[in-house]
Design a protein around this ligand. Structure first.
Ligand SMILES: Cc1cc2nc3c(=O)[nH]c(=O)nc-3n(C[C@H](O)[C@H](O)[C@H](O)COP(=O)(O)O)c2cc1C
Length: 331
């Protein structure tokens, strides 16, 4: 590990390290107006949401690194107190990067970036048509820390009106694949928050999982389960008892499966296509041969069931492996 206090490093280095470690960050594309009515459009990734009642968001146009002067967005918002904050999608990322150029205050970044201004309903700054998620905002507070380059000026804003494209919804939620957001990382890196990059973790909201500390010790000893696997196992409310496990195992043992083959080779074929039911059946059929790797194979099966969100199957398979460990009984 590197260990340092920020006062011992030059500011640009502290900034770089923060950008690398605090990522990915959502990007606010902020549209504001100068007192003279000149439009400004700028991306800020020191940005997030902080409450929904009322809806509060904040972003920080920091002082310029090179000379500690205030950015145009800061100067505009201190005076006019209105902005539209929009989310940034993959389709517009090159244009918002262009809008981040340090143009003079009199330059309209809508024109420079080629993004399309459209009227807002409640405030004067324009919205960006290309963004599917736009928020008309009023500045509620500004909090500044420091006077040098890179020092924070946090604009805390209340959202007065949302504009959300209907075609980014699926099953009542804004779906990551449809909104296709991008976020900012360090240096020139961005991150696309859709497709393979997106995954689900079940919220432990409506139930109380047993917790890692209550997992049977033989499961924690496994070399097959990852830390994430154990975390997911620990989100169950009640561990199945021994009777449930053996009833389940017998059902699988006696099940009739189509095109099924009871061999180790077949087990690996089933593993390739993540067919954990066939994997378990094959293992139960070769169990009598006292195969030395049976424990590991059973854990591989439980892992695939777990990662396929068949938690009950995963737990019962995992508990069945206990008989191959020399530790204590199922808890
Ligand atoms: C994706 C992205 C995120 C950025 N985030 C920030 C930020 O959070 N704070 C900041 O001060 N500058 C940030 N910048 C740099 C500003 O956009 C840049 O300094 C801009 O010229 C300021 O414009 P303005 O003077 O018109 O307000 C970011 C740039 C990009 C491309």
């Amino acid at each position: 590990m590197l260990h340092f206090e920020p006062k011992d490093l030059p500011q640009p280095q502290v900034h770089k390290i923060m950008l690398g470690g605090i990522a990915p960050r959502p990007i606010a594309l902020v549209s504001s107006l100068s007192e003279d009515g000149i439009p400004n459009l700028t991306p800020f990734s020191f940005f997030n949401a902080f409450g929904s009642n009322p809806p509060i968001i904040a972003f920080s146009p920091a002082r310029r690194g090179k000379d500690a002067t205030f950015k145009d967005t800061y100067n505009n918002l201190i005076k006019t107190k209105e902005c539209v904050v929009q989310s940034v999608t993959y389709d517009m990322v090159e244009q918002i990067s262009l809008a981040s150029t340090e143009y003079l205050p009199e330059v309209n970044e809508f024109e420079k970036s080629g993004l399309t201004p459209i009227d807002s309903d409640l405030i004067k700054p324009k919205r960006v048509k290309e963004s599917p998620f736009q928020m008309e905002c009023k500045v509620r507070d500004v909090m500044s820390y420091g006077k040098g380059g890179g020092s924070a000026n946090i604009f805390i804003c209340e959202v007065l009106k949302f504009h959300v494209a209907e075609d980014i919804f699926k099953n009542g939620i804004i779906h990551p694949d449809l909104i296709d957001l991008v976020s900012r990382m360090s240096a020139n890196f961005y991150c696309r928050a859709s497709g393979q990059a997106v995954f689900e973790v079940e919220k432990p909201v409506l139930k109380k999982g047993i917790g890692y500390d209550n997992l049977p010790s033989f499961m924690k000893l496994s070399h097959v389960y990852s830390a994430n696997n154990l975390g997911k196992f620990a989100n169950i409310e009640k561990i199945p008892d021994e009777d449930e496990v053996y009833k389940f195992i017998n059902e699988i043992r006696e099940s009739k499966l189509e095109n099924y083959e009871p061999t180790e080779e077949a087990f690996f074929r089933y593993r390739k296509v993540k067919n954990y039911r066939y994997m378990l059946k094959a293992l139960l059929d070769i169990e009598s041969e006292n195969h030395p790797k049976l424990k590991i194979y059973l854990e591989m099966t439980a892992k695939i069931a777990l990662e396929s969100n068949d938690i009950d199957f995963a737990w019962k398979t995992a508990l069945y492996t206990e008989k191959f460990y020399s530790t204590n009984k199922i808890k």
